[in-house]
Design a protein around this ligand. Structure first.
Ligand code: HDD
Length: 696
């Protein structure tokens, strides 16, 4: 065997020494019929290994147009990455309406029940660059492009229903502050640094979004387990031109789940692409992620009665006040064919809406309506980016816009203007079908002002904090302490605590204690009286978790001699309940009990328990004894225990648990108790948390 392997390598090495020009033999062989490689101009390429040289050991000739074309193209392979939301993962799918909104809107996408409309959805982190990790603490982008019959409709939202600022004027400052600091170039993809907290602590309006960013929502377990929000109020317009306000919601069919912060940090090392891989693999195996599409509909009169201004994007409307009606669903059923052509080049824009939908006066939305089109011009290189397949509408489109960088179409005829009388088929405006804006009367006084109704910055974050359960509140307080412990400037830390005291006095105290602050800084004088509003139980993740194994991942640790019957009992039952199961072992194949060779999914050192929702282990005592001396195995259980996961540990495994200092609790069961284990695997063992972690 060894001789066989080395022989071709030797041959190849001898071959490589021989100078090869035109007609050189490729050094590999493969099956299939390969089309002839050509240059971008279609000229057949004779040799893709060697550049053209004046002699075998001489200089390369400038004349080598094949080399120059290849290198030039390579040099320009990257386009400017998005200034925010650079790191993204996406999928194709469809939207299906289940309930008509014909009373409220003329939009076909919201009135034609049962119609399946293609869409493309891109999830993203906000702060990190395109190559950054998937699991930092960050708000996630949730952008959906629906290719409707009446043009593209983009719902460019986030996985939080509120934003950090009230006016688009502050967006560049917010983004500068959260991204890596400009002198040192770090930290990447993290808000835990001075400039972010300096900025937000000087912007009381950001407190509500800060609370969401510090909550478990900002460390999702999977992109498939996140809610999405359109955030702003939009309008729906019916045939009579009557307007109803609307907020858009996406609800994951799998329910919501988050990671634990320590787990998220470890995942960054275990798998940079944790979310991208999870989404890709789920779609690849036919486990299509699905979201319900919901709307909150409300009239001007209802809006006037709310104790806050719905045009303020730092506020959400509790669904206990205005219910979320489910009217459709989104299914993602196809992975992109090419990350660059689709996920990277897709260009979203909140201004892309269809007739029957309209904007509200939310000042953040108004600024966004300008920004996205502008950003695509520099990111995608010119005004024809709408012709890139992923951006092109799937309905007919026609106008007199012409020329520009990368024009892909070849418009025919003489008429590229309007009005015209020379051709019968040139496009014209259509007052009947065309987009209409709500005829809103506006008799205000022009000026750079912030409405008084936007002044209350603390009542809503207080309401949000009170809507979380105790565990979630403790996670949030601990997250603020973690972030502030990375902030070097004492007065910034103090200013944050001063705000948090307004949000909730107890929260302020807990954060101050967590930071070891000797004296509580005085609370900041609020611009408007702080009110105590009813909590919104719908906002808690843990209290609303779905009782399901769907979308969960289970790891089973095995080694030589493991009993595959016991392993398979867990595997079959778990998969039947919708979970995915991976076998983990010290080697990529084991000799199981009875001598059968069993292939393994992940080698122990590279498959930590952080990537699973629950773990089991079936080990012979002697193998377990070896693993009890193996740091990767001990950490496997220590992390699973620390991250509150259900553990099914056989008798042999107890040695490893002991080596990890783990005292089994109700979340640790015998692998024979398959049903009990799978029941526990649906969720985390919250009761364990006080025993493994000191939270604020
Ligand atoms: Fe934005 C990208 C979401 C405020 C300017 N934004 C971007 C993406 C999402 C959001 C999901 C990535 C889309 C994709 O996957 O390609 N942005 C939001 C939400 C906001 C928001 C939910 C507040 C409610 N954004 C916002 C403001 C501005 C921008 C106020 C500027 C005035 N956003 C941009 C941008 C980006 C962008 C610079 C970067 C890349 C792009 O647009 O295509 O134009």
């Amino acid at each position: 065997m060894a001789t066989k392997k080395t022989a071709p390598a030797k041959k190849a090495a001898t071959k490589a020494k021989t100078p090869r020009g035109n007609g050189g033999e490729p050094q590999y062989q493969s099956g299939g019929t390969h089309p002839t490689m050509t240059t971008a101009q279609g000229i057949p390429v004779p040799d893709n290994q060697n550049s053209l040289r004046s002699s075998p050991r001489g200089p390369t000739l400038l004349e080598d147009f094949i080399l120059r074309e290849k290198i030039t193209h390579f040099d320009h392979e990257r386009i400017p990455e998005r200034i925010v939301h650079a790191r993204g993962s996406a999928a194709h799918g469809y939207f299906e309406l289940t309930k008509s909104l014909s009373k409220f809107t003329t939009a076909k996408i919201l009135t034609e029940v049962g119609e399946k409309t293609p869409l493309f959805t891109r999830f993203s982190t906000v702060a990190g660059g395109a190559g950054s990790v998937d699991t930092p603490r960050d708000i996630r982008g949730f952008a959906v492009k629906v290719y409707t019959k009446e043009g593209n409709w983009d719902i460019v939202g986030n996985n939080a229903p509120v934003f950090f600022i009230q006016d688009a004027m502050k967006f560049p400052d917010l983004v500068h502050a959260v991204k890596m600091e400009p002198d040192r170039g770090f930290p990447q993809a993290a808000s835990a640094h001075d400039t972010f907290w300096d900025f937000v602590s000087l912007m009381p309006e950001s407190m509500h979004a800060v609370m969401w960013a510090m909550s478990d929502r900002a460390i999702p377990r999977s992109l498939r387990m996140m809610e999405g929000f359109g955030i702003h109020s939009f309008r729906l317009l019916n045939a009579k031109g009557e307007s109803t306000f609307v907020k858009f919601h996406w609800r994951p069919k799998l329910g919501m789940q988050s990671t634990i912060w320590d787990e998220a940090v470890k995942l960054q090392a275990a798998d940079n692409d944790f979310h991208r891989r999870d989404l890709f693999e789920a779609i690849d195996r036919g486990d299509y992620p699905e979201w319900e599409f919901g709307v909150q509909l409300f009239t001007q009169e209802q809006a006037d009665k709310l104790p806050f201004d719905h045009l303020d994007p730092t506020k959400l409307i509790p669904e206990e006040l205005i219910p979320v009606q489910i009217i459709g669903r989104m299914v993602l059923d196809r992975n992109p064919d090419n990350l660059f052509a689709e996920t990277e080049q897709v260009a979203f824009c909140p201004a892309n809406i269809v007739p029957g939908v309209d904007f509200s006066n939310d000042p953040l939305l108004q600024g966004r309506l300008f920004s996205y089109l502008d950003t695509q011009l520099s990111r995608l290189g010119g005004p024809n980016f709408h012709q890139i397949p992923i951006n092109a509408p799937k309905c007919p489109f026609a106008n007199h816009q012409r020329d520009g960088h990368m024009q892909m179409e070849v418009p025919k005829g003489r008429v590229n203007y309007e009005p015209s009388s020379l051709e019968d088929d040139s496009p014209r405006a259509n007052a009947k079908q065309g987009f209409r804006s709500f005829a809103q009367q506006d008799d205000g006084v022009k000026g750079r002002v912030r409405a008084e109704s936007f002044a209350d910055h603390y009542s809503m974050p207080r309401m949000y904090f009170h809507s979380l359960n105790e565990t979630e509140q403790a996670h949030l307080a601990s997250a603020v302490v973690f972030e502030l412990s990375k902030v070097g400037t004492p007065h910034v830390r103090e200013r944050v605590v001063a705000h948090m005291r307004n949000v909730d006095p107890d929260l302020g105290q807990r954060i101050a204690d967590g930071l070891g602050m000797a004296k509580l800084p005085p609370a900041i004088a609020p611009a408007a009286p702080i009110q105590d509003w009813e909590p919104s139980p719908a906002l808690s993740i843990i209290e609303n978790m779905k009782d399901t194994l769907q979308g969960r991942a289970i790891g089973i640790l095995v080694a030589d001699g493991s009993d595959m019957d016991s392993v398979n009992k867990i595997k079959i039952a778990a998969e039947k309940a919708g979970a995915s199961v991976k076998l983990v072992a010290p080697k990529l194949a084991i000799k199981a009990k009875g001598g059968a060779q069993v292939a393994i999914d992940g080698q122990l050192a590279g498959t930590p328990s952080t990537i699973f929702d629950a773990v089991a282990s079936i080990l012979m005592p002697e193998e377990a004894a070896k693993l009890a001396k193996e740091a990767a195995a001990v950490d496997w259980f220590r992390d699973a225990f620390g991250h509150l996961k259900a553990i099914a540990a056989c008798k042999g495994t107890q040695q490893i648990l002991q080596a990890g200092g783990i005292t089994p609790d109700g979340g640790v069961v015998d692998p024979k108790e398959v049903k009990e284990f799978l029941e526990l695997a649906k969720t985390r063992q919250w009761a364990r948390e006080p025993n493994v972690r000191t939270l604020c």
